[in-house]
Write a protein of this length. Structure first.
Lengths: 391, 379, 391, 379
C-alpha cells in the first residue's frame, strides 16, 4: 500500500517536471482565462499548445496518432499537479472524453484526423448530450439524425453545452433509430461547430460561467463523422462519463482554498480577538481538513483501481458525490468565516481573497447536479455498489 | 393557544401578495436589481398609497397603528417576491428606531414623512471588524460647541445612496465597558463630508461604505440617550432580525413552491420527478424546515406585540431561519436541477438573497451565543 | 394569535389544578414505574385511579359514559402538564386511541361497557397492529378472524405489542375479508387478554423496555367485541393514528432534560475549565434550545388546528418526525457533553443524571421507527402536504 | 499510489474473518458480554495459537514481526465480529507501549508472554476530569526509597479485573507545564492496595475504576523516561485511536451488510424495501461513510508503517470514524426498523460498541482540536 502521489523515481521526475513547468508558465491571466473563459483568450490557447508540445495531452496514445509515452498514472499525476496549481487541463473534453472514445472506437480516418490535433492542444470539443427533456434521463433525448446519402441531417436542440461557445467541434449525441430500444438508438458524432444550421445562444449561470443552448436546423454532418458504430453511442457515453467523474474529482484543488481561509483567520480580528483563537472557527476548519482528507482517500482509491487495471464503478461515483458536496460545505464554511465580506463580489472594495469564496459558493451549486446528480449517483451506488434491487 | 390571523392580517397578506404578483414581475425585479437606484419610484409610490410605509406607526405620527405581526406578514410577502428597495431600511431600521427613541419633535418631523413614503432612511452600524459587537464601533462623534463631529467609516449600509437620513451608531465616549459611550445620531444624508462607495454584494442589494469625514451634526440630532445607544441598538437589532426572518419565510415559501411545481411537471424516466422518493423527501424536508421558520417567526412577532421578553426567542428564530433557509434553497436547487442554476430562472435571486439574509443582523453562531447567554444565566 | 398554553382564566385554572395535583401526587416511584414498567406497579395503578377520580381521563366524553366536562384543549393542557412533570398519562392507548374510537364508532353496548372503566383509570388496552410481515405496510397483516356463529375465531401473530404484558384488553386489528381490497378487509376487536389461546412472550429492546409478541391460536372473540363496522377497521386505525402522533409530540418533555444537561455543565470541569465556558458546548446547547423551540412551534401549530376544528394531517406527521429526530440529537449532544460518564448505566458508580442520557440515547433509536417511520412520514408529507404524485 | 494488500495481509484478514465466523457466533458473544470475565479462555487460547497476540511484536520478543497495517486488518475483523475481551488492552495499550518505551529487560520479560497469550495487560489513563488532557492527571507517584508510592483513582480502565499488569499514568512532579512530570509505571495487577470497581457501561465492556491506595511500585517499574511520560502517551494514544478506527471500520461493514441483506429480503408494499429510493439512499450514504472510514484508516496505518509523521492524519481518521460510524449505525437502525431495536438482533451490539468507540481515545471535538493545532501551526 502506498498513498503517495508518485511511486517510482520516474513518476516523481515526471511530477517534478510538470510542477516546474507550471511554476514557470502559469500566469494569473492564464488561470483567469481557464477559470472564467475556459481558455478562450490568446494566452490560454498558447498555453495549451505548449502543453501539446510537451507531449502531455496525448500521454499513452500511440505515437502514430501524435501520442507520447505515458500511462494513466501519468495522466493522473498531470491532473493532480494542475489541480495543485489551481488550473484545469486545457481542452479537457477533447483530451479525456472525445479523444479516448475516438481512440477506442473511432475509424482509422477519424483517429488520424483528430487525435494528433488533440494531442497538440489545438482543438477542443463541446459536450453535446443534455437536452431540455433529457437531463438525468439522457436516454430521453429527442434530437434526430436522419441518414441521407453521404450524410446525416440533424435537427433539434441541446442545452447546457458548456464548451460550445469556444470549442471547435461538437461531441454530439443524437437519435439514429426511432424504433430500437432507447439505449440502442443513440449515436455519437463529431460535428464542426461552424456547420451551417447551427445556432449557439448563451445561458448565463449563477456561478458566472457561460453555458449554451445549441440549435440544429437540418445540419449536414458527413457520414465519416459518425463515431464508431451506429446506435452504440450510449455505451460510449457511459464509458467516458465514468472517466469524467474521476477527472472531476480533484481534491487537491480544495487544499489551497482551505489554506487561504486559514490565512484569512490569521489576519482577521472579530469581536476583539484573532479568529484563529475562536474555538468555533478552529472546529469548523478542522472539519474541513478532515473532509478534504476523506475526499482525497476516496479519489485515490478509485484511481488506484484504474492503475491496477480494475474498472472503478460506484467508486468513481462516490468520489464525485463526496467532493461535490464537500465543495459546497467548504464554500459555506468560508462564507461563515468571511462574514459580510464574504458576500462581496470580486470587483468590490473590501473584498477578501479576490471574491473566490463567494464565487465558489455560487459555482458549487451545480457540482451536485452536473455530471450525474447526487441522487442519481446514490441510486447507482445502491444498485451497482450494493446490489440492491432496481426500482 | 390560537394560531389564527385576524381578518385585518389576512387582508394585508392577501392584498400584498396580489399587488406584488401584479406589479412586480420578474422583469421589473431584475431591472431594479441591475439599476443603480435599486428600486422603482413608481412601485414605491404605489406601496405608499397602499399604506405599507404607514402600517407600523401610530396614528399620531401619520401611521395606521398596525402591530408587529402585520409588519411581519407584509415583509413575508416582500421576501416571497424577493422585492428589493429601501422599505426595510426606511421602515424597520429607520422608522422603528425613531419611534422607539426619538424625541416628540423628531418623531413628528420624520415619521409622517416616512409613513407617506416621502422620506428614505437607513441605519449605519457595522464597521470593518463587524459582528454587531459594541467593541467594533470605532466611528467617533466628538462634541464641539452645539455640534458633534462624526468621523470614520461604516460598512454595509443598505440604500445609503438614496437615504434622506442616515441613522448612525457612533462612539461618543470610551468607557471600560464597550457597550457604554455609544450614541445614535440622525444625520442628513446630504451633509457635507459624507462619501458613499457602493459595495458589490452577491445580491446587488445596494450596500454602501460610508466615509464620514469630520461631518458636523447638530446636538439635537442625537437619537435617544447620549452614551446609552447600545441598549437601544440591541433592541432594534432584535426586531430587525425577526423582520429578516419574515423575509426568509416568504422566500422559503416561494422556493418550495417553485420546487414542488417543477417536480410535478418535470418528467424523467417516464414519470414526474415528484413521484421519486428522493425528490419527495427533499421537498418534505424543505417543508419541515419552512414550517419551523414560519412558526418561530410568528411566535417572535406575537411576543413582541404582547411585550413578552423576546430576546431569546428572536435569536432562536434568526438562527433557525438562517440555517433552514440555506437548506431550503440548497434542496430547491437540487430538485430543480440545471434549470435553476441559470440566471434567467428565479432560483439565483433567492440564493443570493439568502446569503445576505443569513448574515444580516447576526449569523447563526452570533444568535446561538445570545441563546447560550440566556440559557446559562437562567436557573 | 396566542402561543400561550392556556388562553382563558378557566383554562389556566385547570392547568394550575393539574400542576398542583402532580406536584403533590407524583413520586419518583410512580415516575419510574411509568417510564420503565408502564405503570404496572401498585403505585402506578393507584395513581391512574386518582386521575380517573378527578375526571381527567374522560375529559369531554358524555357524562353517561363516565365522562366529564372538558374539551380537546383540556386534554392538551393535561398532556402538556404531564410532560412538564416528566410522566406519561397512564393508560394512554385506552384514553387516546381505543376510547375515542369506541366513542365514535362503537356500539352502545360497547360504549357502556368500556368507556366508564377507561374514564375511571381502571383499564388499559394494548395496541395490536404490527405483525412480522406488516410494519410500515400495515395492510400486509395476515392475522385472520373467521366469523363463526356468535364469535370470531382468530389465529395469527402480532409483534411489537408494547402494552400487552400489563394491558387488560388487546386492541386488535385482524383480517375479516380475504377477498376485498386490503384497506376494506380489516376489522378492529376488543379482546380480553385472558382469553384462552393467547400467548404473550417478551421481546427486550435496546432501550431496556419490554415489548411483546402475541400469538393467537383459535381464540374465540364474541361478536359484540367487534368495534364499529366490519371491514372498516383500517379507517378507524388511521383516524386514531393521527391523534397518536400528536400525543407523542410532547416537546415539553425535552425541556427538563436540556436543563439538567446545562446544570451538569455548570458543575463540571473539563480540560481545566468549567464546561459552561467552552464555546463548543455553548453552541451545541444553544442549538438544542433552538430545536426544542421549533419542535414546540410545530407541535402547537398542529394542536391549534384541532382546536379550530381543522384536522391536522401532514402537520401532526412532521411534528412527530421533528421531535423524534430531535430526541436523538439531544441524546447525542448529551452524550458528547457527558463524555465517558454518559456511557454509564443507571446502576453504575460515577453515573451522572441517573443514566438518563444514555437511556434516552438508546430509547430514542425507536422513536424514528415506531408510530410511522420518518421515511413514511416524509412520503405522506410529500403527497398529502405538498400534493406530489404518489409513486 | 497503490492500494493493494500484500498476500500476507489478505491472508490475515481472510483467516481472521473465517475464524471469528466459525468460533465466535452471536451466542458466544452474548455469553462473553454478559459474563463477569468478559471473554472466553478457550477463544483466547485459540487466538494465541493463531499468533494474533504475537503479530505486531518483533521476533526477538517472541513476535512474528508484522506491521501496523496487519494489526489494523486483524482489529477490523474483530470489530466486524464485535469481539469483546482484552486483546486491545493487552496488545495495543500494553504491548505497544512496552515495545515503544520499555527497557530491554522489560521487553524481554513481558512481551514474549503477551505474544503467547499468557499475560493480560491494560493501561490506566483517564481520571474524573477525563479528556486525555495532561492537566487531568492527578494520580500521584511519589519516590520513597527504592519505590514509588502510587495513590489516587483511575477510571475507565478496560479489563483491569483480569490484567496481570496495569500500565499506569501518574504524576511524579508538578511542573508549570502540565505535560511535564508525568510518568508511566508497570504495576502488578495483584499489588497490595489496589481496589477494582466495575463500571457498568452501555457496552458492558468491563471498564473499571481503580483505586490505588498508596501502592508501592519498585523504581525499575518506571516505563520510559521519568517525568517525560506524556510524550510517550500521546504517541500511544494516537496509535490506539487508529486501532479503534479499525474496529469501527469492521463494525461499520457488518452493520452495512446487515442493512443491505435485510433490505433485499424484507418486503413491504409488495416490494423488497431495498428497491425504495429512501432505503437505497440510506444504504448509499452508509457506504460512502464507511469507505471514508476504511481508507483514512488504512492511510493512517500506512503512514505509521512508513514512519511518516501521522498525528494529523490519525486525528482525522478518528474524528471521521467517530462521526461516520454513528451515522452508519443510525441509518442501519432506520433500514432494519423495529427488528433491529430488539436485543436479540445484533444491531444493539454495534450501537453499544459505537458509543464506547467514539469516546475512547478522544471524541471528535478532541481530535478536531488536534487537527486545528496542526493547521494553525503550519504555514
Amino acid at each position: 500500500m502506498n498513498f503517495n502521489l508518485t511511486s517510482t523515481p520516474e513518476e516523481e521526475k515526471f511530477r517534478q517536471e510538470v510542477s516546474d513547468f507550471l511554476d514557470k508558465e502559469l500566469t494569473d491571466e492564464i488561470r483567469r482565462q481557464y477559470a472564467i473563459d475556459k481558455g478562450l483568450g490568446p494566452e490560454g490557447r498558447a498555453f495549451a499548445l505548449k502543453l501539446g508540445a510537451k507531449g502531455w495531452l496525448g500521454l499513452g496514445w500511440p505515437k502514430e496518432y501524435g501520442g507520447s509515452d505515458g500511462s494513466i498514472i501519468h495522466d493522473f499525476i498531470l491532473v493532480q499537479e494542475f489541480a495543485r496549481h489551481e488550473v484545469h487541463i486545457p481542452n479537457e473534453v477533447a483530451r479525456f472524453m472525445s479523444g479516448p472514445t475516438i481512440l477506442h472506437h473511432g475509424s482509422e480516418e477519424m483517429k488520424r484526423e483528430f487525435l494528433p490535433r488533440i494531442a497538440r492542444g489545438e482543438i477542443e470539443f463541446g459536450l453535446g448530450y443534455t437536452e431540455p427533456p433529457a437531463g438525468s434521463d439522457l436516454l430521453a433525448m429527442q434530437m434526430v439524425a436522419v441518414e441521407k446519402e453521404d450524410c446525416y441531417l440533424i435537427t433539434g436542440q441541446k442545452t447546457f453545452n458548456t464548451e460550445s461557445h469556444y470549442a471547435d467541434y461538437h461531441w454530439l449525441a443524437a437519435k439514429t433509430d426511432l424504433n430500437a430500444p432507447k439505449h440502442e438508438s443513440i449515436s455519437l458524432f463529431v460535428v464542426d461547430q461552424r456547420s451551417p444550421g447551427i445556432t449557439i445562444t448563451p445561458i448565463w449561470t449563477l456561478g458566472g460561467e457561460r453555458t449554451n443552448e445549441v440549435f440544429y436546423d437540418d445540419v449536414r454532418v458527413p457520414k465519416n463523422r459518425l463515431v464508431g458504430e451506429k446506435n452504440r453511442g450510449f455505451y460510449y457515453m457511459i464509458e467516458a462519463l465514468n472517466y469524467e467523474r474521476l477527472m472531476m474529482s480533484q481534491t487537491e484543488r480544495l487544499v489551497p482554498i482551505l489554506n487561504r481561509i486559514i490565512e484569512y483567520t490569521r489576519q482577521t480580528r472579530r469581536n476583539g480577538k484573532l479568529m484563529t483563537e475562536d474555538p468555533l472557527v478552529r472546529n469548523k476548519l478542522a472539519q474541513m481538513a478532515i473532509e478534504i482528507e476523506v475526499s482525497k482517500c476516496l479519489e485515490y482509491r478509485a484511481f488506484a483501481m484504474l492503475f491496477e487495471g480494475r474498472s472503478p464503478d460506484y467508486e468513481s461515483g462516490i468520489s464525485k458525490l463526496f467532493i461535490s458536496e464537500l465543495y459546497q460545505r467548504l464554500a459555506y464554511t468560508g462564507m461563515e468565516i468571511l462574514g459580510f465580506f464574504g458576500r462581496l463580489d470580486e470587483d468590490s472594495k473590501w473584498v477578501p481573497l479576490r471574491g473566490e469564496i463567494s464565487r465558489l459558493c455560487r459555482m458549487s451549486v451545480v457540482y451536485t447536479i452536473g455530471g450525474g446528480t447526487s441522487e442519481i449517483i446514490r441510486n447507482l451506488t445502491a444498485t451497482r455498489g450494493l446490489g440492491l434491487p432496481r426500482n | 393557544m390560537d394560531i389564527k390571523f385576524t381578518e385585518e392580517q389576512q387582508l394585508i397578506r392577501k392584498s400584498a401578495r396580489q399587488f406584488l404578483m401584479d406589479k412586480c414581475p420578474s422583469s421589473l425585479l431584475r431591472e431594479m436589481v441591475e439599476g443603480t437606484k435599486g428600486y422603482s419610484d413608481e412601485l414605491w409610490r404605489q406601496m405608499a398609497e397602499l399604506g405599507w410605509m404607514a402600517l407600523i406607526f401610530p396614528e399620531e405620527f401619520g401611521g395606521t397603528g398596525g402591530n408587529f405581526m402585520e409588519l411581519i406578514l407584509l415583509l413575508e410577502e416582500m421576501g416571497r417576491a424577493c422585492l428589493p428597495g429601501p422599505f426595510f431600511s426606511t421602515v424597520v431600521l429607520g422608522g422603528l428606531t425613531i419611534l422607539e427613541a426619538g424625541t416628540k419633535q423628531q418623531k413628528q418631523e420624520l415619521l409622517p414623512k416616512i409613513a407617506k413614503g416621502e422620506l428614505i432612511a437607513t441605519l449605519a452600524i457595522t464597521e470593518s471588524e463587524s459582528d454587531y459587537d459594541p467593541s467594533s464601533i470605532t466611528v467617533t462623534a466628538k462634541a464641539k460647541g452645539e455640534s458633534f463631529i462624526v468621523h470614520g467609516t461604516k460598512l454595509f449600509v443598505p440604500n445609503a445612496h438614496v437615504a434622506d437620513y442616515l441613522l448612525c451608531v457612533a462612539r461618543t465616549e470610551k468607557g471600560k465597558d464597550p457597550e457604554d459611550g455609544i450614541t445614535l445620531f440622525v444625520i442628513d444624508g446630504k451633509a457635507e463630508g459624507i462619501k458613499y462607495t457602493l459595495l458589490n454584494t452577491m445580491a446587488k442589494d445596494k450596500q454602501y461604505e460610508i466615509f464620514f469625514n469630520k461631518v458636523r451634526v447638530p446636538k439635537e440630532n442625537v437619537l435617544g440617550e447620549l452614551n446609552k445607544g447600545w441598549g437601544l441598538l440591541k433592541k432594534i437589532l432584535q426586531k430587525a432580525a425577526l423582520a429578516k426572518c419574515a423575509e426568509m419565510v416568504g422566500g422559503g415559501q416561494q422556493v418550495l413552491d417553485m420546487a414542488v411545481s417543477y417536480a410535478k411537471k418535470r418528467v424523467q424516466f417516464g414519470k414526474p420527478i415528484g413521484s421519486f422518493q428522493a425528490i419527495q423527501h427533499h421537498c418534505s424536508n424543505m417543508l419541515v424546515d419552512l414550517d419551523g421558520c414560519r412558526w418561530v417567526t410568528y411566535k417572535g412577532a406575537w411576543m413582541i406585540d404582547e411585550d413578552i421578553p423576546y430576546e431569546k426567542e428572536v435569536s432562536i428564530a434568526k438562527a433557525w431561519c438562517n440555517d433552514a433557509f440555506r437548506r431550503i434553497v440548497a434542496l430547491g436547487h437540487q430538485v430543480i436541477g440545471g434549470v435553476g442554476y441559470c440566471e434567467d430562472h428565479d432560483m439565483p435571486l433567492y440564493f443570493r438573497m439568502g446569503r445576505m439574509a443569513e448574515i444580516t443582523f447576526g449569523d447563526s453562531d452570533f444568535h446561538r451565543e445570545i441563546v447560550a447567554k440566556q440559557l446559562f444565566s437562567a436557573g
